[in-house]
Design a protein around this ligand. Structure first.
Ligand code: SF4
Ligand code: SF4
Length: 161
């Protein structure tokens, strides 16, 4: 079974509401290279989060988030995969092998209602097999509706559930 090892990327990249910790700021309880200093009492959101790299036994070491500067975050139903980048490396998702993996995922799932996104803070990109669409600053918690037009281009509405 995989372990996080020295990685603490999710403690920077993700927001933790219970700690009023914003996206992109390293948590005050993180000891770099050593993990969480309040491990036994860490908030529920921290207890329940596991990135895709940690859960996927097959995903190679080179995808570990402290190597890529990208935390792969997927919902339980697999409807969305978000490559959450360290805001200090906002284009980390564009680097291989991560970029090829994201494109491959987009090719496999496009048209099935499942989407692939990259974020750096609120800045968001939609990754499709054909293009990478810069959506600008988006509140993903408000929802995102993606539809493909007959000509193959995409229409994106925020707040669409
Ligand atoms: S990003 Fe993944 S591997 Fe890194 S600390 Fe979080 S859960 Fe562990
Ligand atoms: S409380 Fe611990 S696990 Fe949660 S973000 Fe802070 S350092 Fe990470």
């Amino acid at each position: 079974m995989k372990t996080c090892g020295p990685c603490t990327m999710c403690c920077k990249v993700l927001a933790v509401a219970d700690l009023a910790k914003p996206v992109g700021k390293l948590c005050d309880h993180t000891k770099p290279g050593a993990g969480c200093t309040i491990y036994e009492t860490r908030p529920h959101a921290c207890r329940t989060f596991a990135c895709v790299w940690l859960m996927d036994e097959e995903m190679p070491h080179r995808f570990r988030p402290d190597q890529t500067k990208v935390v792969l975050d997927q919902d339980a139903e697999g409807k969305w995969l978000i490559a959450r980048c360290d805001p200090a490396n906002p284009h980390a998702w564009r680097r291989n092998p991560m970029y090829a993996a994201l494109k491959g995922r987009a090719e496999d799932t496009w048209g099935s209602g499942r989407i692939v996104l990259a974020t750096a803070g609120r800045r968001t990109w939609l990754i499709t097999p054909r293009e990478d669409v810069d959506l600008g600053e988006v509140d993903l918690s408000a929802g995102l509706k993606v539809t493909e037009r007959p000509d193959g281009s995409v229409a994106v509405e925020t707040g669409g559930g």
